[in-house]
Design a protein around this ligand. Structure first.
Ligand code: HAM
Length: 435
């Protein structure tokens, strides 16, 4: 078909045959977050650019290469959010949520935008579910956040997910680490990519995160942060591991996890698929960011959180053949055959909808045969045909489309009650295996 234009590269249309899968995953995420007392927040899709420069960090790939930044008509620099944390924290501070009570626990589902090279599981527009907790510096909070994300994977039946954790320390201990890293990378300077060369002085830890294969190879033998963290950070990391172990949460310590964004301190973690068909797919990540809030405001509060990539989680579920319950199908399809019947069908449809049934009524003035064909196509459970005869006798047939049985129903004040009886009798028989 000739079309003016297609959807932009790196975006996807989530069609009705798939959208229920997203709704299913999102509902589980929000429901699990609710159990941990996280409340949903919704923030704008775009923010002032400086918010991301300050929080995500000027030396990160996200800021340097991937942001959708433009000047609006008022000449302000605006950026489509590349992630959810910065906006949620900005909104929390702007509305003083941290002064109401601590900890603040926020959850969100947001679309994010990164100008990346699209490939399987990597989109330019993608969805993140995230949780942010502000106010606690206790390692128990780190374990709780990891435990929440882990419980989501469990409820989704996504078993082959490995929890990888690390500590990247605080600015105090990182100074010594940076010295050693700089020395190490300086010795391999001529092989580093241009971006990493620029990072060498200011932020050498970013080199460990570089996707360039040569830099990755060099970074393999780089010094480990775990050999440099201070006593306090070491103690914190040890406690996090103890809490996770006490909750029977399997994890691996991976000193190579430094995360792609600059705001992290102490604990960082990633959820990586180990399934044969989606090996290495990073379904989510997060960590502590105790210094971010004071970068953005006059307030200093410890905080932590995680973001899960919904697109990737669905991909991992599909690769593992995890069945997502199908969307509810139509309970009743009304097939009116003339104008008078159409008005009655319209009103009876609303009566059933008010009682939570899913109902569709023909609006294309089709003849009976194509209407029945359509009812089959949409998988309607029952069809009620309304014609001249039905209106005259004030009685109609409720056709069960699964076994073609028919039940007579009165088209009067008893309609809803009788429909309930027919419906429950059939559902009961279905449960008893008679259907
Ligand atoms: P992030 O690791 O940049 O962290 O993103 C979180 C997750 O979003 C990733 O693990 C991945 O599953 C998904 N994701 C990232 N980029 C793409 C893409 N181009 N296409 C599809 N999925 C993608 C953050 O964004 C932090 N805000 C997480 C956080 C919250 N840390 C503390 N609180």
């Amino acid at each position: 078909m000739k079309l003016l234009t297609s959807g932009p590269r790196g975006t996807q249309d989530i069609l009705p045959k798939n959208s229920y899968k997203w709704r299913f995953i999102e509902n589980i995420m929000l429901d699990q977050a609710k159990k941990f007392q996280f409340k949903e927040i919704r923030t704008p899709v775009f923010e002032h650019t400086e918010l991301f420069l300050r929080s995500v960090g000027e030396d990160t790939d996200v800021v340097q290469k991937e942001m959708y930044t433009f000047l609006d008509k008022g000449n302000r620099s605006i950026t489509l959010r590349p992630e959810g944390t910065a906006g949620a924290i900005r909104a929390m501070l702007e509305h003083n949520l941290h002064n109401e009570s601590l900890p603040v626990r926020l959850s969100y589902i947001t679309s994010c935008y990164r100008y990346e090279k699209p490939q399987s599981g990597r989109w330019r527009e993608f969805s993140q579910f995230g949780c942010e907790m502000v106010g606690s510096s206790d390692p128990l909070a780190d374990a709780e956040i990891i435990s929440l994300a882990n419980s989501i994977f469990k409820r989704l039946n996504l078993n082959n997910i490995s929890v990888e954790i690390n500590s990247i320390g605080c600015p105090k201990c990182r100074a010594k680490y940076y010295e050693n890293l700089k020395k190490y990378f300086n010795d391999n300077k001529e092989k580093l990519c241009e971006t990493c060369l620029a990072r060498l002085e200011k932020n050498p830890m970013r080199i460990i995160d570089c996707k360039n294969p040569v830099c990755t190879e060099i970074a393999k033998n780089a010094p480990s942060i775990l050999d440099f963290i201070c006593t306090e950070c070491k103690e914190h990391f040890k406690k996090v591991q103890e809490y996770l172990t006490s909750a029977n949460i399997d994890f691996t310590v991976n000193p190579k996890i430094v995360r792609g964004l600059d705001y992290y301190t102490k604990t960082v973690f990633e959820f990586v698929s180990t399934d044969e068909n989606s090996k290495g797919l990073v379904c989510g990540g997060g960590g502590r960011y105790d210094n971010l809030i004071e970068e953005l405001s006059e307030v200093s509060l410890p905080a932590l959180g995680f973001g899960l990539g919904i697109d990737r989680i669905l991909l991992a579920m599909e690769k593992q053949n995890i069945v997502i319950p199908e969307a509810d199908t139509c309970d009743v399809y009304f097939a009116p055959l003339d104008e008078k019947a159409k008005t009655l069908a319209f009103n009876l449809s609303n009566i059933l909808r008010d009682s939570s049934f899913i109902v569709e009524c023909d609006s294309l003035n089709r003849k009976l045969k194509p209407q029945m064909k359509y009812a089959n196509k949409i998988n309607a459970k029952f069809v009620i045909v309304l014609g001249e005869e039905e209106l005259q006798n004030k009685k109609a047939k409720v056709k069960n489309m699964r076994d073609s049985s028919e039940h007579t129903i009165n088209l009067d004040d008893n309609f809803l009650k009788e429909f309930f009886e027919i419906y429950t009798e059939i559902e009961k028989n279905k449960l008893l295996g008679k259907f």
